[in-house]
Ligand binder design. Structure first.
Ligand code: ASP
Length: 439
């Protein structure tokens, strides 16, 4: 068995956290490939090393003095090195970084140094080989991640190594220029490494014990999700359930490698398993609830719309022409509603409305703002009668007016639209009926 283990920034924020990580790695000899993030926050008001690197580089780029800011970053690593009693020195590395900052090596290069240096420290601490991601993870000239070439290069490089540390978050173009993934991208690196070594499990260690059924800022102490499928997770993370970078599932998903989200501070918790498919029933009919505020709906009415061929296309054309993506399009006989992100839509609304009139000749167009969408997700819904009914009676009891309902054809989710101000009450009502009432 082989396991790839990725540790997030808060798991590596201090020497103390590093020691917990080493204990976790040593507790299971299958944990052989390690992907570290850069040191994160040690306490609430602390700054992540990645953010320090960005601001330090912006000073360098503006021709201002950046050396004291860089010294503060060096200090963070030195504290970890000293706390671990390691004999290594990053002095030369920081000299190189200083030179490269002076030569304006770019923001991507700057940000990547957080993971690069942490990888060096981690490799020294564990006695594992350090494999630089700039030499093994490739981007195409277009900026897109080159999955196949990477899999080949990284697969070959790791084939001879029984243990290795590969820093997260970045790779490079063919000419060696460093490029990072988007923020939180070390999760993606972990997944890429898991695919390259054909791991049995990709363990992603963070500071929570997995995904929760609902957002803890809304529901006090929500239950954790034990097992979730990739498809369910897509629905939930699209609607804002954080923890794992959205793109991190793709490399492992194609190989059927499960992801196990674990908590570095509570290593005995089972965490959440993310799997391709499962016969395990979720404890409740629903697997999770997530949602977002800040949508608006554009309601288009036209008598006999249902029999007019091409009406929907013409309406959507108006959105496309102004570069606006739509989220949901529920429709009735004479009405069609298009849900869009309010902040994207606001500046262009009048242009889009007049384009709808020009292209589709509707009877009326009316806009409603400040709406929230809530996704109730669960593979168990397909086999359970009355799920939608329960959601709506719960919302009615909570005095929440439902503005929109959309059930995906997969029967994996039901999306409910409510006013922004009803968002929290709606989530609480749905959680109550499916989780609390079942306890
Ligand atoms: N250090 C990077 C960030 O803060 C990447 C990561 O932690 O995954 O976004």
């Amino acid at each position: 068995m082989k396991k790839v283990v990725k540790f997030g920034g808060s798991s590596l924020a201090s020497a103390e956290q590093f020691k917990k990580v080493a204990d976790i790695i040593h507790a299971d000899e299958e944990r052989r490939y390690v992907v570290p993030s850069a040191p994160g926050k040690r306490f609430d008001k602390d700054t992540k090393v990645t953010d320090m690197l960005y601001s330090c580089y912006h000073l360098a780029e503006a021709g201002e003095d950046f050396e004291s800011e860089l010294a503060a970053i060096e200090e963070r690593y030195q504290e970890i090195i000293d706390g671990l009693g390691l004999a290594i020195s990053l002095k030369e590395e920081f000299e190189t970084i200083t030179e490269n900052f002076k030569e304006k090596a770019g923001e991507n290069y700057a940000a990547s140094r957080g993971e690069y240096l942490n990888g060096i420290v981690m490799a020294a601490y564990l006695g594992y080989e350090f494999v630089d991601a700039a030499q093994t993870i490739r981007f195409k000239d277009s900026g897109e991640f080159d999955s196949e070439l990477t899999n080949q290069i990284l697969g070959q490089r790791l084939a001879d190594l029984s243990h290795a540390v590969i820093p997260g978050f970045y790779g490079a173009y063919a000419d060696g220029r460093v490029k990072t993934f988007s923020r939180g991208g070390s999760d993606i690196t972990g997944s890429i490494v898991a695919r390259a070594v054909k791991a049995d499990v990709y363990e992603n260690w963070t500071d929570v014990s997995g995904f929760l059924i609902a957002d803890p800022r809304i529901i006090e102490n929500p239950e954790a999700i034990e097992t979730i499928t990739y498809r369910e997770l897509r629905e939930l993370s699209y609607m804002g359930a954080g923890v794992l970078h959205e793109d991190a599932i793709f490399p492992v998903r194609r190989e059927g490698i499960p992801i196990n989200i674990r908590n570095t501070n509570r290593p005995t918790d089972e965490g959440t398993w993310i799997v391709e498919s499962t016969c395990q029933k979720s404890r409740y009919v629903i697997t999770g609830i997530a949602g977002k505020k800040g949508f608006c709906s554009v309601n288009i009415e036209k008598a006999m719309m249902n029999s007019e061929i091409g009406f929907g296309r013409k309406v959507l054309q108006a959105f496309e022409d102004y570069g606006i993506s739509f989220e949901h399009v529920p429709s009735g006989i004479d009405t069609m509603t298009v849900f869009v992100h309010q902040d994207e839509f606001m500046d262009k609304e009048q242009k889009v409305v007049s384009a709808i009139h020009r292209l589709a000749d509707p009877d009326s167009v009316d806009i409603e703002a400040d709406l929230a969408l809530i996704a109730v997700v669960g593979r168990g819904m397909r086999a359970t009668r009355g799920t939608a009914g329960r959601i709506f009676s719960a919302l009615a009891h909570a005095n929440v007016n439902v503005k929109m309902i959309d059930q995906g054809s997969s029967e994996l989710n039901i999306i409910v639209g409510v006013a922004d101000e009803d968002f929290e009450a709606a989530i609480a009502a749905i959680y109550d009926i499916f989780v609390i009432a079942q306890l």
